[in-house]
Design a protein. Structure first.
Lengths: 137, 137
DNA sequence: CTTAGTGCAAACTGTTTGCAGAGGG
DNA sequence: CCCTCTGCAAACAGTTTGCACTAAG
């Protein structure tokens, strides 16, 4: 029941923290492999699961796509790019939403909420502009 | 380029509308099979995709799990049950969130947002109470 | 020592795709 | 008649799991 601190776990956690990004399991796997070439993807998945269950990292399950993990566990919201799928933090005043004031006719007991913005990130917008003299999509 | 109204498409749409629920592709497949036993799951997926691209139905990509489809296309928010995964509409005043006022240091052009509540639905709470004298999980 | 964690391969789930034939407009 | 749509099977992506071995505490 008690969580051991293995070298794999340590590196995975450190890489996620140092990245300052919202990485997927396989992005993290690619990074960790550089220091630990024999690590397996399954180990990365297992550790991310364990760490997020322990509340040491956050798991982001955004919009039906790949899960992403977040070294920042304090409550905050996200925005993702419809084009390149990257996810960034967004500054949104969570006081605006009061879960207690929300009507739920189905009798839910509300335990939390997430605000998820979507849009096009600046680098994707730049790429669009560049090729705006050929195909239109 | 033009969308034909096939009998498959018609039944899928009607079943979704009549259900007044947020069904997954395979839930819909099970329902449609009763009227059209030879329909394939791929057809259901393809039609749901086509219909949602045409704006006739909505696609719900909630929290990393299975996609769900919604016959109601006007902008509204959802709540899902952490236990049984069901998804319901929730009455939330979308005027409270002003995307234009949200800070995005990464230079996103924001095109939309979703508020996603989570909790335990009434029937799952009832089930919990019933078995509250045996195992603790 | 004990038992949680690992690497590997194989399984699994949800979804997409190539293809040849069917049927809507 | 054309071309979108279908059913089927096979492929695919992301994730999980069974197993025998390894290593943390």
């Amino acid at each position: 029941m008690h969580m051991r601190m293995t070298s794999q776990r340590e590196i995975i956690l450190k890489e996620l923290q140092d990245s300052h990004q919202h990485l997927t399991a396989d992005e993290l796997y690619e990074r960790v492999k550089k220091f630990m070439p024999r690590i397996s993807l399954a180990t990365v998945y297992r550790n991310l699961e364990t760490l997020s269950e322990a509340g040491i990292i956050g798991k982001l399950e955004i919009s039906g796509r790949q899960k992403r993990f977040d070294a920042d566990v304090h409550p905050h919201d996200h925005i993702f790019c419809l084009q390149c799928q990257r996810v960034d933090n967004i500054e949104f005043d969570r006081n605006l939403v009061n879960p207690a004031a929300v009507a739920s006719d189905k009798g839910y007991r509300i335990t939390g909420y997430r605000v998820e913005f979507k849009g096009i990130c600046s680098s994707c917008r730049n790429n669009q502009e560049k090729k705006r003299d050929g195909d239109e999509q």
